[in-house]
Design a protein around this ligand. Structure first.
Ligand SMILES: Cc1cc2nc3c(=O)[nH]c(=O)nc-3n(C[C@H](O)[C@H](O)[C@H](O)COP(=O)(O)OP(=O)(O)OC[C@H]3O[C@@H](n4cnc5c(N)ncnc54)[C@H](O)[C@@H]3O)c2cc1C
Length: 436
C-alpha cells in the first residue's frame, strides 16, 4: 500500500499504453477545506466532481492511486444503455413512477457520456454507432427480442436483428449467434482516456483531483466530516461521496458487504491486417453477448480485437484466461486465422444482491454510489450526476436506496467460484444446444 501511495502506476493494459489523454494528480500538499470530498476517482467520482464543480461547489476527488486506476481505466469501454433489468421489470419492482424514471435515467446514460466527450473535447476514440447484444440460444433470443420491444415502446432507437443481420454487423461466422438486437444509443470509448478526460474537465471547472491519497479514516468533526489521508494530510468537508465500487474497503462500516467484487479480464490481439479488419464490425458497432458469464468484444481504432469475460479471482488474468478469449475470437471470426495476444489485464466489477446500482445516503452528509454489475461506463457517469443532484438538494434520476448487504460476505470467494462454475456449465450446454 505504501509503494502504491508513493509511486502509483496504472496496471499494464492496452488502454494504459495507448491513452492520449494525460492527467497528473499528485497528492495534496496540505490540509483541505471543501464543500464536498469524493473518495475514488473513477467515472463515478469524477463525474460527481465535474457536475458539482459546474455548479460552483468546492469539491475535491481523491484516489488511493490515480484517476482511472480502478475498473474505469481497465474496462471494455462499451457504453451500454439501460440496467441488467429491463424497463418493465424496473416498473414492476419499483412502481411505475420510480421504475419508469430509473429506466429513463439508465437509457439516457450513454448520451450523457457522449455529450461530456463533446463538450470537453475528450480524446477517447469515441464510437457511437450502437451496441449489439447477440443471443447464444433460443431462450436468450426471446429475452432480447422482448427487451428490444420494451425499449422501442419507450421511443428508444433500437432494432431487433435476425441471425443473418447479426453475422453481417459483427462480421462473425454464420450461426455463431441466433439473432439479437441493436441499441443505437450505445457505443464505446477508450476508457482510461475517457476517465482522464473527465478528470481534466472537472479540474478545468475548479475541482481538485488528487492521486496517491488513500483515505484511511472518515470521522465526524462537529457538523462536518474529516477524512484522514495515508499521506498524513486531512480534508474537512460538509458532504462526502464514496465512489469506490469494486475497490470498496472498510472506510465506511458495512459498505463493503453490499457489493461482491468479481474479476473481469480482457485480451487484446495484435492489430489485424487491413483486409481482416474491413470485415469485422464493418459498421463500427460493439457487442456483449447474452451468456450468464458474458463475452464482450470490439475492434479498436488501431484494428485490434479486444475480448473480455469473467476471469479468475486475481488482478492478473493469467495465460489460460487470455487463451480462452482468443480461442473464442478465432471461433467467431474463423477467416482471420490464429490471433497473436498482445495484452491481457483484469479489474474488479461490483455486483449487488438485487442487480441494481445503488445510491445511498449512509448518514447526514455521507453518500455512496456503487454496484454497477459490469455496466458502469455509462451508469457510473450517470450515477455521478445523480449524486451531485442529491447533494444539491434536487431529485436524483435514481432512487436513494437502503444498503443491502450480502449475508455470508466473508465467504464470497467460494460463492463466486461455485456460481461461476455453474454458470459456465449452463452457458456451455446452451451454446452446444442453441435450440434451448
Ligand atoms: C475488465 C472490466 C471490463 C468492464 N467492461 C465494461 C464495459 O465494457 N462497459 C461497462 O459499462 N462497464 C464495464 N465494466 C464495469 C465498469 O468498468 C465499472 O462499473 C466502472 O468503471 C465503475 O466505476 P467507479 O468509478 O464506480 O469505480 P472504479 O473505477 O473501480 O474506481 C474506484 C476507485 O476507488 C479508489 N479507492 C478505493 N478505496 C479508496 C480509499 N479508501 N481512498 C481513496 N481511493 C479509494 C480506487 O483506487 C479506485 O480507483 C468493466 C469492468 C472491468 C473490470
Amino acid at each position: 500500500m505504501i509503494a502504491e501511495m508513493l509511486n502509483p502506476t496504472m496496471p499494464p493494459s492496452l488502454w494504459a499504453e495507448t491513452a492520449r489523454e494525460r492527467f497528473d494528480a499528485p497528492p495534496p500538499d496540505g490540509d483541505l477545506d471543501v464543500d464536498v470530498a469524493v473518495v475514488g476517482s473513477g467515472f463515478t467520482g469524477l463525474s460527481t466532481a465535474l457536475h458539482l464543480a459546474g455548479e460552483g461547489t468546492r469539491v475535491v476527488s481523491v484516489d488511493a492511486a490515480m484517476p482511472g486506476w480502478g475498473a474505469s481505466g481497465r474496462n471494455g469501454g462499451q457504453v451500454i444503455p439501460g440496467l441488467k433489468d429491463d424497463p418493465d421489470a424496473l416498473e414492476a419492482h419499483f412502481g411505475a413512477a420510480v421504475g419508469g424514471r430509473m429506466a429513463e435515467t439508465a437509457g439516457a446514460a450513454p448520451s450523457l457520456v457522449f455529450s461530456l466527450v463533446d463538450e470537453h473535447g475528450i480524446d477517447c476514440d469515441v464510437q457511437r454507432a450502437g451496441w449489439i447484444q447477440p443471443a447464444h440460444c433460443r431462450t436468450a433470443l426471446r429475452l432480447v427480442q422482448d427487451r428490444c420491444a420494451q425499449w422501442r415502446r419507450r421511443g428508444a432507437d433500437v432494432e431487433p436483428l435476425d441471425a443473418e443481420a447479426v453475422a453481417e454487423l459483427l462480421g462473425s461466422r454464420p450461426g455463431a449467434y441466433l439473432g439479437g438486437w441493436l441499441d443505437r444509443r450505445g457505443g464505446a470509448v477508450q476508457p482510461l482516456a475517457y476517465a482522464r478526460g473527465l478528470a481534466r474537465a472537472a479540474a478545468g471547472r475548479g475541482a481538485r483531483i488528487h492521486g496517491g491519497s488513500r483515505v484511511v479514516a472518515l470521522e465526524r468533526d462537529g457538523t462536518r466530516w474529516r477524512l484522514r489521508l495515508a499521506t498524513g494530510a486531512s480534508i474537512i468537508a460538509d458532504h462526502v461521496v464514496l465512489a469506490t465500487n469494486g475497490y470498496t474497503d472498510d472506510l465506511w462500516p458495512g459498505l463493503k458487504r453490499t457489493v461482491v467484487p468479481v474479476y473481469s479480464f480482457q485480451t487484446a490481439s495484435e492489430p489485424l491486417s487491413p483486409n481482416a479488419r474491413a470485415s469485422i464490425f464493418p459498421k463500427d458497432h460493439v457487442a456483449s453477448d447474452t451468456r450468464r458469464l458474458l463475452w464482450y468484444f470490439r475492434l479498436t481504432r488501431e484494428g485490434r480485437l479486444v475480448m473480455g469475460g469473467r476471469g479468475p479471482y486475481s488482478e492478473v488474468p493469467g495465460e489460460a484466461a487470455a487463451r480462452m478469449a482468443l480461442a473464442n475470437l478465432e471461433n467467431l471470426f474463423p477467416e482471420i486465422g490464429p490471433l497473436t495476444p498482445a495484452y491481457a489485464w483484469a479489474g474488479r466489477v461490483a455486483m449487488t444482491k438485487d442487480h441494481f446500482p445503488h445510491l445511498h445516503r449512509l448518514a447526514d452528509g455521507v453518500w455512496a454510489g456503487l454496484g454497477f454489475n459490469g455496466r458502469g461506463v455509462a451508469m457510473g457517469t450517470m450515477m455521478g450526476r445523480c449524486l451531485a443532484e442529491a447533494i444539491l438538494g434536487r431529485e436524483p434520476g435514481l432512487p436513494v436506496m437502503d444498503p443491502l448487504p450480502f449475508r455470508l460476505h466473508a465467504f464470497r470467494r467460494f460463492g463466486i467460484s461455485a456460481y461461476s462454475a455453474l454458470y459456465r456449465r449452463r452457458d456451455a450446454r446452451e451454446s452446444a444446444n442453441p435450440a434451448l
